[in-house]
Design a protein around this ligand. Structure first.
Ligand code: ATP
Length: 411
């Protein structure tokens, strides 16, 4: 599998300031003892772009950030910032700004002193520090807070101060390590927009590590999905969500119905497959797009994914695939209804999400017979994961949950 990605054609959505710099990791590998933390990671971050690193615990996100920061050094490969090789430079020579989950503010200093700290260390003049600090306080919308103690701030305010402290020196790259991890959900959402607004207005090239898929999708120009120290897929959030490369990405970024299929025929653009439901039940024949990545190496058995929200109930459209099914479980989640269905030819436990408040959706009861439908292009043929298909068992899955609705008050 090719683990090297480039996206030089990518345009960041924010303003591009004159000094915005690119960040390039080229074939970076890192071992700790016998453990391979990073394996030939190549990543090109465009000037002014915000890229998020996403992946399960231990996949190498923090190690990547530490290598960019200079807290660790790659065994092989290089790190370039603005075209300069910084691989061997210590952190303070790389011109970076950093924001951590725990803020790392100095409690004995005022807010203003915290924000101006970097400029003071750099030997800037008092008047310049005062002017820059004031500008930062305005930027983070805390203009009256300069004289306050850190302990007198809320978590969200402290994180804004940490952000101001990180960007006052006009860093070439901003590193955000779980910046919102310590905040509760409501505050997090507000801060996501706040950080994004600042990052875009200032055009700062940024790399963020987060455990929160939704956060990465909301805030980033591109997401980098990692697993086992490798880059699995890079792309705009929508593209990676809608066109996951393999089962791992499909399941990591939300819920997915995944069907094992035998390939019957192929053309340049499409494949015809027969689904293989569990228990030897007969499958159905389907035609779906053939992704570029499978054109040269198409296995006989593949997996295909359909996102639950792409499945319509009792609303077939011309050209869409239709299947009779029966509702097995129903959960109301506030903004949507989640249904689990038995569908001859596709299997049991097929998930479908329906918007709760659309006027044409009245809800379906358990046992009700319905017609499922989805557009042919919403079924995505997946590349094999690095684990062989035969070792994975099961034909249908729900983003890692054995029974997605069972534990949520299904009725
Ligand atoms: P998490 O989401 O849990 O923070 P992560 O994706 O950031 O995980 P890393 O911290 O980069 O993962 O770790 C990648 C791998 O390298 C893991 O297997 C980890 O145990 C190992 N590792 C990281 N730092 C060290 C170290 N200093 N010594 C030994 N092994 C390490």
């Amino acid at each position: 599998m090719d683990h090297l990605y480039r996206a030089t054609e990518h345009k960041p959505s924010g303003a591009l300031k004159a000094g915005s710099k690119s960040l390039v990791l080229e074939a970076v590998s890192k071992r700790f003892g016998n453990a391979r933390a990073l394996d030939t990671v190549t990543l090109h971050v465009e000037p002014g772009e915000l890229v998020s690193l996403l992946g399960p615990s231990g996949c190498g996100k923090t190690t990547t950030l530490r290598l960019i920061a200079g807290f660790d050094f790659p065994d092989t490969g290089t790190v370039h910032i603005g075209g300069t090789d910084v691989s061997a430079l210590p952190p303070n020579k790389r011109g970076l700004g950093m924001v951590f989950q725990n803020y790392s503010l100095f409690p004995h200093m005022t807010v203003g002193e915290n924000i101006g700290f970097g400029l003071r260390m750099a030997g800037a003049k008092k008047a310049d520090i005062a002017a820059a600090t004031k500008r930062m306080l305005d930027l983070i919308r805390l203009p009256e807070y300069g004289e306050r103690r850190i302990a007198q701030l809320s978590g969200g305010q402290q994180q804004r101060v940490a952000l101001a402290r990180a960007i006052i020196n006009d860093p070439s790259v901003l590193l955000l390590d779980e910046p919102l991890g310590a905040l509760d959900k409501n505050l997090r959402e507000g801060m996501q927009f706040e950080i994004r607004r600042l990052q875009q207005n200032l055009g700062i090239t940024s790399v963020m590590v987060t455990h929160d898929q939704e956060e990465a999708m909301t805030m980033s120009d591109r997401v980098v999905v990692m697993n086992h120290g490798r880059v699995v897929q890079v792309g705009a959030p929508r593209d990676v969500y809608d066109r996951p490369r393999n089962r791992f990405v499909a399941e990591f970024l939300g819920a997915a119905n995944i069907f094992a299929c035998r390939v019957n025929a192929r053309s340049a653009q499409a494949i015809t497959v027969t689904t293989q439901p569990a228990g030897g039940e007969p499958g159905v024949e389907l035609t779906l797009p053939l992704p570029q990545s499978l054109q040269h190496d198409l296995p006989n058995i593949i997996e295909a994914a359909v996102r639950p929200e792409k499945i319509a109930l009792n609303a077939p459209k011309p050209g869409h695939r239709q299947f009779p099914g029966r509702i097995v479980q129903h959960v109301f989640r506030g903004s949507q209804h989640s249904y689990e269905l038995d569908v001859p030819g596709l299997g049991s436990g097929v998930l479908a999400y329906q918007q709760a408040f659309s006027t044409d959706h009245v809800g379906h009861a358990r046992g009700e017979a319905v017609t499922l439908s989805f557009a042919p292009h919403d079924m995505i043929a997946l590349e094999p994961d690095e684990v062989p298909l035969s070792a994975k068992g099961g034909h249908t899955t729900f983003a890692g949950h054995a029974s997605p609705l069972a534990s949520e008050g299904a009725r």
